[in-house]
Ligand binder design. Structure first.
Ligand SMILES: [Zn+2]
Length: 251
């Protein structure tokens, strides 16, 4: 297998690799966006669940306090009755203190219940917001997930196809040349470059005439002294570049 043949395969390989890297980038973007949305939805679902649990706990505490308050009002009535039956001042003072103590405990619980009610109210408002956000995202995902999955499958199929194409091409290249190609490709994004009119078309450096001769002869693999890409000779395009003064050169 001549160097020219190897170069031809590397050129085809470069085309396949460009397509492959485009596909992989697309796959990553599409898949990444879907995963991000799913993660966000899971987060919102967990938040709703936590809010429900916390509201439930607060309501439980409030119900217990309300039960205590009812029991206390019974006790207050009893203590008042006791107070009315007191005979000595000492007894009356003790009963009075008991009533006041109970009233204080009663008021404390009332304040506590009010606080809890306010917290429950606030938590409910917050939860409603989260529920709305969750439902919107759920709907959005439900509508788009099928299409995104289809797109992902298409991209995966194309990627596999290009990968198979690449594998087939690689078989025609000497292993050490392929290793060099891959090393340059991973570092530079592309591994081959056309040498046209004695310059490297990727990094635009002017190539020394001797080196350019070697590239034209294609007896060995030549790498660009500046960007390290594997160079192959290509004839300059016959059409004059735009803006050139074509009419000054008759022929
Ligand atoms: Zn170069």
């Amino acid at each position: 297998m001549t160097i020219s043949d190897q170069l031809e395969i590397l050129k085809s390989l470069a085309v396949v690799d460009t397509a492959l890297s485009g596909l992989l980038a697309e796959l990553e973007a599409e898949g990444g966006a879907l995963t991000a949305k799913k993660t966000q939805l899971e987060g919102l679902e967990a938040k709703v669940q936590r809010s429900e649990q916390s509201i439930g706990e607060m309501e439980h505490t409030r119900n217990e306090l309300m039960l205590e308050i009812r029991q206390m009002s019974v006790q207050v009535s009893k203590s008042r009755e006791k107070l009315s039956r007191c005979r000595t001042e000492r007894e009356a003072n003790a009963a009075q203190r008991e009533v006041e103590e109970l009233r204080k405990l009663y008021r404390d619980r009332e304040v506590e219940i009010e606080k809890i009610n306010a917290l429950v109210e606030q938590a409910r408002i917050e939860m409603e917001g989260t529920v709305k956000e969750r439902d919107a995202l759920r709907g959005e995902l439900g509508e788009s997930e099928g299409a995104v999955q289809t797109r992902l499958s298409e991209l995966q199929a194309k990627t596999a196809q290009h990968q198979a194409e690449k594998d087939a091409l690689v078989k025609g290249v000497k292993p050490q040349i392929f290793r060099r190609y891959e090393m340059i490709r991973k570092r530079r994004g592309s591994a081959v470059s056309a040498a046209i009119g004695s310059s490297c078309t990727e990094c635009h450096i002017a190539l020394p005439p001797m080196l350019f001769q070697q590239i034209m002869q294609a007896q060995e693999m030549i790498q660009c002294p500046s960007c390290n890409r594997i160079l192959y000779y290509q004839e300059p395009s016959p059409t004059p570049p735009e803006g050139s003064t074509a009419d000054s050169q008759p022929g």
